[in-house]
Ligand binder design. Structure first.
Ligand SMILES: *Cc1c(COP(=O)(O)O)cnc(C)c1O
Length: 220
């Protein structure tokens, strides 16, 4: 793991432009607590999980001060279990979910940071707003007092070739800049979460500042 992590960090540094500070999130789904602790001891502090139950078990059994990220599809009836327990929810994919997070955050009197998940290519992935739906989601988010939209997230399809990846990542980066320029209430575009084991280099070259890597860290 040490060798692979050094390679990833090196590749990230090679792809970053000046001022583009990329956050590496270790996606620890299906990994053991021992593996997470090993990664923590190699300096990783941000970990991503995609299932509520698995996330909660890990939070309860690891004492290290980890920044937990929720990156999977979230059902509205499970929102109450993770609000207040993660630093960022990357995968808000409906207005209903946005409202539910606001409601639970209000009960706990906290502000919850979220990203809107965008389905850019409309292939494979079932989840995420279409690009045309983003404006209406943002207008709802503007009216909510307990959620703060901090950016956008996407997953590129497995089948995408390099040109296709570039198209997807560049178009989301443009949207990210465009939304930021609108200066909406409650909305600051600071996190652009795109890039996984197979495509993180392309994503960073297209403007990502947050990559979510699982396989390449934990399985090689
Ligand atoms: C599993 C997962 C990742 C990590 O994928 P790898 O190919 O293992 O790097 C990133 N983002 C999401 C949303 C995931 O579910």
């Amino acid at each position: 793991m040490e060798k692979r992590l050094a390679e990833i960090r090196n590749q990230i540094a090679l792809c970053e432009k000046p001022g583009q500070d990329v956050l590496l999130i270790a996606v620890s789904k299906n990994c053991s607590i021992a593996q997470i602790e090993e990664a923590y001891n190699l300096g990783l502090r941000d970990f991503g999980e995609n299932k509520v139950q698995e996330l909660l078990e890990k939070i309860d059994n690891i004492s290290a001060p980890i920044n937990w990220h929720f990156i999977g599809h979230l059902q509205t009836n499970k929102v109450k279990y993770i609000v207040g327990r993660v630093c960022l929810i990357h995968s808000v994919d409906s207005i209903k979910l946005l409202r539910e997070i606001d409601k639970e955050a209000m009960k706990k009197n906290i502000i919850v940071d979220v990203l809107l998940e965008v389905n850019v290519s409309l292939e494979e992935s079932k989840y995420g707003f279409r690009v045309e739906e983003l404006d209406s989601a943002l207008h709802v988010a503007e009216t909510l007092s307990f959620v703060r939209v901090k950016g956008l997230m996407t997953m590129a399809p497995h089948s995408a070739n390099e040109d296709c990846l570039k198209l997807i990542f560049t178009s989301l980066h443009e949207k990210f800049i465009d939304i930021n320029d609108q200066k909406l209430d409650n909305i600051e575009m600071t996190v652009l979460s795109m890039g996984m084991s197979r495509d993180y280099k392309e994503a960073i070259l297209c403007g990502s500042n947050c990559v979510r890597i699982g396989t390449y860290i934990f399985k090689g």
